[in-house]
Write a new protein. Structure first.
Length: 287
């Protein structure tokens, strides 16, 4: 594609952003995938929904790693063919080697192409990171320049909030992220309907408290959204690990009843879901 035919700014992001596929396709956003596999199997898993179904079937967690630099390099190349500048929007570099991989990929490219690529650390992950991607695309659509977009995103990322609930703590135990002496009492609390709430602390997704949910986690999510919606109109994104369609419909209806704007709903990518397990729900929002 010739220089005159290229558009101004394109986006590259990692799969952890959970950005909706239709939104990515509409705006030519390149999504860099994470390698995902089960330790005793050679084949890489491509389908996230199938991953969670397989986890339920074999009762094992999957393994992920940061995308190799070559995957970012290919994404940059594709994006540079369509855009004058490329903005790579990534999850918190302290949580994964993804940021370093993206930087290595840029440094391996010709100097002229390196100058056309900007890398931005969201200090976030999952759908919270996805909201930064969404905001960046809005700013591009408004005709703002790259320097102004970066300045706005620096402030915007601090306004994004994330919370969620894990369906079954045994996945955390199995993956070694919930260990004794805390594992046994946590599993006992789960039987009583108490589950950990999760959020972003220091750029990483961690447990932030306890929620009594019984089996109705959708009601807990909607109750939390109703509480925070008192401060203003919410713009929301949701990621889930293979929730039933009925639950998704209930969640969408409840968000609509709050007069909030639901930007997108997507399958939770494996970087988080392979640890937290099927049934996990994450919600990110800003005012």
């Amino acid at each position: 594609m010739g220089t005159s035919a290229r558009r101004r700014i394109g986006i590259v992001t990692d799969e952890a952003s959970n950005i909706a596929e239709d939104f990515a396709q509409k705006h030519d956003i390149e999504i860099v995938k994470y390698p995902v596999w089960f330790p005793d199997e050679d084949e890489e898993i491509k389908d996230t929904k199938a991953l969670y179904q397989r986890m339920r079937e074999i009762k094992k967690t999957a393994t992920t790693s940061a995308p190799p630099p070559l995957r970012f390099k290919k994404a940059y190349k594709r994006s540079l063919e369509k855009f004058d500048k490329v903005l790579a929007i990534l999850l918190f570099k302290g949580w994964s080697g993804t940021f370093d991989s993206a930087t290595q990929a840029r440094n391996q490219m010709p100097a002229e192409e390196q100058e056309r690529i900007e890398i931005f650390d969201t200090h976030l992950a999952s759908v919270a990171e996805g909201l930064v991607v969404w905001k960046a695309q809005e700013l591009i659509n408004e005709g703002k320049g790259l320097a102004e977009i970066l300045e706005i995103l620096e402030e915007f990322r601090n306004s994004v909030r994330l919370f969620g609930i894990i369906e079954d703590l045994t996945w955390l135990v199995q993956g070694g992220r919930l260990r004794q002496p805390w594992a046994t009492p946590a599993l006992l609390l789960q039987k009583a309907g108490v589950r950990p709430a999760i959020g972003i602390v220091g750029g990483q997704i961690k447990t932030t408290g306890l929620k009594f949910s019984g089996k109705d986690r959708i009601s807990v999510i909607l109750k939390e959204l109703k509480k925070v919606s008192r401060k203003g109109k919410l713009r929301i994104a949701v990621a889930h690990a293979d929730l039933p369609q009925e639950s998704i419909s209930r969640l969408k209806q409840g968000i609509g009843d709050l007069n909030a704007e639901l930007l997108f709903v997507s399958q939770l990518t494996a970087l988080v879901g392979s640890n937290t397990g099927p049934g996990t729900i994450l919600v990110a929002y800003y005012y």
